[in-house]
Design a binder for this molecule. Sequence first.
Ligand SMILES: *Cc1c(COP(=O)(O)O)cnc(C)c1O
Length: 421
Amino acid sequence: MPLNFETGIDYAKKADATDPLNHFKEWFYFPQHKGNNAIYFCGNSLGLQPVHVEKAIQTELDTWREKAVGGYFGGTNPWLFYQDYVGQSLAAMVGAEPGEITVMNALTVNLHLMLLSFYRPTATRFRIIMEAGAFPSDQYAVETMALHYGLKPEEVIIEVEPRPGEKTLHTQDILDVIETHQHELALVLFGGINYYTGQFFDIPSITQKAHEAGAFAGFDLAHVTGNIPLHLHSWEVDFAVWCSYKYLNAGPGAVGGVFIHEQHAGNIQTPRLGGWWGNEEKERFRMEKGFVPKPNASGWNLSTAQVFNTVALKASLELFEQAGMAAIRQKSIALTSYLEFLLKQLSNISFEIITPEDPEQRGAQLSLFFSSQGKAIHNKMMESGIIVDYREPGVIRVAPAPLYCSFEDVYRFYEILKTNF
Ligand SMILES: *Cc1c(COP(=O)(O)O)cnc(C)c1O
């Protein structure tokens, strides 16, 4: 895709006409605005509904109606194995072996479960390094986990801060903090992409450094999965968690995703909380004493497969498979760079792009800080049928998700800023 951008609408129309993913738009429902599809830049909060989800849900309703308990072993997709139907597709997306992936619960619950497995504080090794300004739920999870172990959160948690006057982190600063605390460090827990700044962190370097310090490395990939292709297995990430309702378009409250490196997942001695869905299927219905987990990530499953929380993910992932993560990422880089290019043409309003300029350090999101007029700009966008997210104090997050956003959508956003302020 050409990156020699131009400011006119013609460029956007031409780019859409030659975009091989342009037609994927038709596979989604858009919120309506005055009888037309709204432009949707909030896929980093809640992805749009894929058109074929309804039919996929209907299939499971039919099985339930027609087979009832027989649906666990019969029907189109026997429910006994439902958590496995999305494994292969997710594994390809995040660069995992199939046995390293499972889906269960939701993100924060899974983060707690992973902390119970990978945060095992001792008298000398008890610290956790995080990014400053991590998503609140992650902060609360770590804070309460420290309390659970009878430790003081302020002694456990070390936050890596931006340099004075800056808003994002330097990888070197993260690595330096890890080194400084290497003898006391139990875990490095980072967002993959910080939800607020949109910064994509250097997962392999952070992981390697954590391992050199003798600590585990885990990541919250809520804003990464379905956005940027990853190589979690070869990077030797210990664990990762994500939700499925942002870029993965699996709907509100959809089942959460988990990666556990085979080094740990294949070892049934790895500490965890157990439940019957983590047992081998062959053993499960013997109802015997003594929990023996499966030697893979599914060995962390606790409860009966959440069919209706997983069905939309299963359907949505078909679109990702058709499009391919490499093509999605390629379009995404072009689309976000185009947005950045247009924004830089604006001289009538003053704002700062908080998100890093380097495309390797960001995904499909730019966070714009307006020192004044932020709320007014947000209101104008919403009135004009452009759905974007607003966070105090004056930050508008714009996420052109490549599966359903176009170059023309980005142009319309720019046009409103250019002509109304
Ligand atoms: C969206 C998001 C969450 C949400 O967690 P849930 O348990 O799914 O509500 C957590 N962490 C990060 C980084 C997020 O972006």
